[in-house]
Design a protein around this ligand. Sequence first.
Ligand code: HEM
Length: 532
Amino acid sequence: NSYSKATLQILFQKNRCRIRCQSTDTEEEPKIKRNILDNASNLLTNLLSGGNLGSMPIAEGAYGSVYKLAFGPKAFVVVSDPIVARYILRENAFSYDKGVLADILEPIMGKGLIPADLETWKLRRRVIAPGFHTLFLEAMVKIFTDCSDRTITKIDRLLEVEERLGGNTIELDLEAEFSNLALDIIGLGVFNYDFGSVSKESPVIKAVYGTLFEAEHRSTFYIPYWKLPLVRWLVPRQRKFHNDLKVINDCLDGLIRNAKDTREETDVEKLQQRDYSNLKDASLLRFLVDMRGADVDDRQLRDDLMTMLIAGHETTAAVLTWAVFLLAQNPEKMRKAQAEIDSVIGRRKTTYECVKNLEYVRLIVVESLRLYPQPPLLIRRSLKSDVLPGGYNGEKDGYAIPAGTDIFISVYNLHQSPYFWDRPNDFEPERFLVQKKSEGIEGWAGFDPSRNPGAMYPNEIIADFAFLPFGGGPRKCVGDQFSLMESTVALARLLQNFDIELKGSPESVELVTGATIHTKNGLWCKLRKRHQ
Ligand code: HEM
């Protein structure tokens, strides 16, 4: 847009997409080229995830539901097809690893679940997944509520000051508030550490944000220059990154030492039946340390905690951000949610039972994840040569891929494809209650809300991998129920207390895609106290 005489062409051919830039203005051309190069990785991420080019019909059959995107010397296979996604994520899951993602995250997460090699992953997944059992999740509702109430108290105080000045509305960047809130929750829930980030700044908080910032930078930077020798000492941002890591690691090491010093070894079944109402420390770390037969060195535990800290923080904050963004543009849906919250919670305490009864708020959370999936892409690399199955648009032959092929499953495209969703761009939480007629797509089971009875939230099964908010198959998110309940409670407490409007136009809230989809300059909102 900055260059009126330039053209950026994105050429789609069968199984291939090329990007070409031309300018008729010879003076401007070098500048444009530099700009394109500087932004190459952003451009790529945007293109793949829909980002700024969201209106491009990438997922439509005409361009192929599986295509190869060649970008300089690099090539990626982009998958926007539920049948192929199901194959890679579930049916042949162990023929793929996390590829580029593991390369980027290994220096931060070590052998945590996301970048871990298969052997380590199997051992640790078997220990960590049972930690998210029902009684733990029920106990977490208190932490979700207490932390949300800190945010509410903070907003109330700002409103009181405003009222003394004669006003009744404040302006606040809710994205930043959600980020603090999610950090406090993940700290307390996963390792019983109170960041207290809603009300203060500390070196540990600064270090967490610094590390997240670097993870984001690395996920969108084209050349992994940080792997070069001496870079970690010579480049200031890399020096800072390693200092930040040390601050967090020291903090986690202290917490692990403390948990081990107070260990009460017990069988996993007994741990899952603990009386959480009497437990001072309900955290996942307590569970991992107390579990009989799950002894592990401190380094591995630290990697596990670091992984959950990073995986569970920005993602949840982003869900809340986009849920508010969507609700603010749909005031009648906001009122419907508030009516539900008033009747379910009212003046009572927020409990697990409340979450079960907040059906509309739960659907809002899930619909926000459909429109703004976090992350917008799932990343895999083939460990051996393979043949991907033919896709939904009738291609029978499938696609042969060599070992080492980098694959991006575009969840963003899948979630917004008109092939699988009615009015895909509309914010319609109610859609998850409606049975969609089978479209007769061979190999895809269609959308059926009753396919996963007993699940509190719609998941990948109901849309047979056209809906992948938490991935699918063995590498599916371990924190899915934790974060869905967290988002439901936080959103409910906020909407119960405040009426919210956007400060500017929806268009002024520009989105930036990286590891998650976030705003460019914050989600600035106007908040007013609700009087029920
Ligand atoms: C994996 C999304 C919250 C821990 C994943 C994956 C997705 C995802 C899509 C699969 C990645 C892949 O297949 O490549 C989300 C979203 C969240 C969220 C949208 C919030 C709304 C959390 C929380 C935790 C967590 C709160 C921990 C407390 C993990 C871990 C993995 C993972 C450890 C790796 C699992 C494995 O490979 O076995 N997440 N996540 N996530 N997530 Fe989450």
